[in-house]
Design a protein around this ligand. Structure first.
Ligand code: GLU
Length: 309
């Protein structure tokens, strides 16, 4: 059998958290993931990442889907909603617990700080302290609050990003045994994203660079669950006037896309952030069609033929 005969066909995705509407920064990730899928002749899916329910805004998911539609970015399947995926996350956690690679944890943030303070280390500004491993060998009678992944003895992950190139992170040093299910009972982003990328057959993840340092954790989790990690490409971030990444948290304006002209202007800004020419198309569909070959040239994304069909 020729090696490419077993290569999976391309499946990509855009996975917004409905904590607000799409803004100029999140449209960049949406557009890039769509272009990469189309440039590879692949499929493009949308997943609504509504696991962190206290942060979700009512109606935001539906509004995001309308914004995508106004930009001509229509998913090839109906969106997957993480709020309906509890049983799949539960099964993955059970698999890890049975394998001894997940354990319950009783520590609060304050406990973690106290454990590090006892070793003379203070939290860095804005920085989270890595988990010191207090509960790795048992709860010692304390009540379980969260569940964590037990890292392998060598947790240095070396991976290749299609835009950023060679990357590496020692996950033990950067974050330690990380949370899979939070103390409030909600599923952690890391677990949900890995379980769902696998369930949706995602072969290529294209998302914003702010998520790049989550990738090593996700690679370890794929490995612990016996799954093949996708390929990754992290897109440039759009910065606001203050030089910080545009985000809902720092008040990025939701995109208003109620006319084709407004949608084309928003898409053009996103395209130029990705290094594509703005072009002069008058409709979203025309603009998108023009960027597919340009994207192919930038990111070496040639069509993948699904030889299994
Ligand atoms: N839901 C995440 C976000 O909106 C994206 C997750 C991902 O693409 O892996 O930031």
């Amino acid at each position: 059998m020729r090696p490419e005969a077993s290569a999976p066909p391309y499946v990509g995705r855009f996975a917004p958290s409905p904590t607000g509407l799409l803004h100029a920064g999140s449209l960049v990730a949406a557009l890039a993931s769509w272009l990469d899928a189309r440039a590879h002749g692949g499929r493009w899916l949308v997943r609504i990442e509504d696991v962190d329910t206290p942060r979700c805004q009512p109606g935001a998911a539906e509004a995001i889907l309308r914004q995508l539609d106004a930009c001509g970015l229509q998913p090839d399947d109906p969106p997957l909603w993480q709020s309906a995926r509890g049983p799949a996350y539960e099964a993955a956690l059970r698999q890890l617990v049975e394998a001894g690679t997940a354990y319950p944890c009783a520590c609060s943030r304050r406990d973690i700080e106290a454990a590090w303070a006892a070793r003379g280390r203070q939290p860095e500004r804005h920085g989270e302290l890595p988990y010191p491993g207090t509960c790795a060998n048992g709860l010692h009678g304390r009540p379980a609050r969260a569940w964590r992944l037990r890292l392998p003895a060598d947790a240095r992950v070396v991976w290749h990003d299609r835009r950023l190139g060679a990357q590496s992170q020692d996950v033990a040093h950067a974050v330690g045994d990380f949370v899979l299910r939070r103390a409030d009972g909600l599923w952690a982003y890391q677990l949900a994203v890995v379980v769902d990328d696998a369930a949706q057959g995602i072969t290529h993840v294209v998302r914003g660079e702010d998520l790049a340092d989550n990738t090593p954790r996700q690679c370890l989790l794929h490995q612990a669950l016996g799954l093949q990690p996708p390929l990754y490409l992290h897109t440039p971030l759009v910065l606001g006037g203050n030089g910080e990444k545009l985000s809902k948290q720092n008040g990025a304006a939701p995109l208003e896309l109620d006319t084709p002209q407004a949608a084309v202007s928003a898409l053009r800004l996103a395209a130029t952030a990705l290094g594509l020419p703005a072009g002069d198309a008058a409709t979203p569909a025309g603009a998108l069609a023009g960027w597919v070959p340009a994207w192919r040239g930038l990111y070496n994304a040639s069509p993948i033929r699904d030889l299994s069909r």
